[in-house]
Ligand binder design. Structure first.
Ligand code: NAD
Length: 338
């Protein structure tokens, strides 16, 4: 059982990372939390402002690809959780280089430093269900073959397999999580759920890719964080764990749910050109992490209610971001002239 007191959360200014810092402070006492984040387009210091004055909290702005910064950030740390990533599929298709650099070379840089730190008890590499590719029927187990189909998922697989290799070769205490699509507060508003919610708040249409028949399994971010907390304590080194919300639905059904929440008609949907190589369906078998005792607390109804409420209450968080956001994201990425 790992009971770390000193955490390095890379990518902690982003969506899931900042929710994880919140989770750590909500569930632990007398801890030290250091965040290392480059503050790319999706990293937002506002996500961490509640912790700035906490004793033991420290923020370092820097790149996980930079060995010097990484060495500084890892000093005295017992648990590393690596969320830092270029995390957007559309961006990775548009510009694969950035994702390959951070999601592969950045992970390598962290691992290389980690193996010098004998006090390190756990290195959690946050991966994704997208490494499996798509599945038309049934669900992926951790034993399923991996067939990533876009530069983002291929790079994530590269990063997590490197992490595994550092376990197998050097005995680094690595655990790997593969989570399904997350949603909840502080998600950058080019991702589908916050994009739809903020468009609907502004009376704009919501862009649905293709016919909207793709299926995603939605995981409320707090449930993802509690699963990672459990993996830090009870995960087995070298193992992969699926984390899914068990809430599958098509993108068009998701759009309809959100239209209903805002009392809008179907005419608020705009069908736009589909993403190239768009994975049709993801689905996870989560028996392994459930056996450790994890259960998601949120179903989609409750999670969406919370999320809609958060975006309604926090316009000062997303309006400045949306003002700067490229029109392509608001209108449908692949249908616009570039
Ligand atoms: N969002 C999802 O649905 C989802 C699902 C499964 C797995 N994941 C994984 O979870 C992690 C977090 O995703 P997210 O949705 O919070 O993404 P995000 O884009 O909101 O956050 C990523 C953070 O990483 C930082 N970052 C990027 N490159 C960096 C670098 N080179 N050095 C240091 N910091 C850097 C960014 O500034 C940002 O704060 C990622 O590894 C992603 O692959 C996400």
């Amino acid at each position: 059982m790992v009971k770390g007191k000193s955490y390095l959360v890379t990518g902690g200014a982003g969506f899931i990372g900042s929710n994880f810092v919140r989770y750590l402070y909500g569930t632990h006492e007398n801890i030290q939390v250091r965040v290392l984040d480059k503050l790319t387009y999706s990293g937002n210091p506002a996500n961490l402002k509640d912790f700035e004055k906490r004793v033991g909290f420290e923020f370092i702005q820097g790149d996980i690809c930079d060995p010097k910064i990484v060495a500084q950030a890892m000093q005295g740390v017992e648990v590393v959780v690596n969320f830092a990533a270029e995390s957007a599929v559309d961006r990775s298709i548009d510009d694969p280089q950035a994702v390959i650099k951070t999601d592969i070379f950045g992970v390598y840089t962290l691992l290389e430093e980690a193996r010098r730190h004998k006090q390190l008890q756990r290195f959690v590499q946050i991966s994704t269900d997208e490494v499996y590719g798509q599945i038309l029927e049934g669900s992926f187990t951790e034993e399923s073959q991996t067939y990533p189909r876009n530069p983002y998922s291929a790079s994530k697989l590269g990063g997590e397999r490197l992490a595994y290799s550092f376990f197998a070769t050097y005995g680094l205490p690595v655990v790997i999580s593969r989570a399904s699509n997350n949603y909840g507060p502080r998600c950058y508003p080019e991702k589908v759920i916050p994009l739809f919610i903020t468009n609907l708040i502004d009376g704009l249409k919501v862009p649905v890719y293709g016919k909207g028949k793709q299926v995603r399994d939605w995981l409320y971010v707090e449930d993802h964080c509690s699963a990672i907390g459990l993996l830090i304590e009870k995960g087995v080194n070298g193992e992969v764990y699926n984390i899914g919300g068990g809430q599958e639905l098509t993108n068009i059904d998701l759009a309809h749910k959100l239209l209903k929440a805002f009392d809008k008609k179907k005419s608020s949907i705009k069908f736009v050109q589909d993403r190239p190589g768009h994975d049709f369906r993801y689905s996870l078998d989560c028996f392994k992490i459930r056996k450790l005792g994890w259960r998601p607390r949120y179903d989609l109804e409750k999670g969406l209610q919370e999320t809609v409420r958060w975006y309604k209450d926090n316009e000062s968080w997303w309006r400045p971001i949306k003002r700067k956001m490229d029109r392509r994201y608001k209108d449908g990425f692949w249908g616009q002239k570039r």
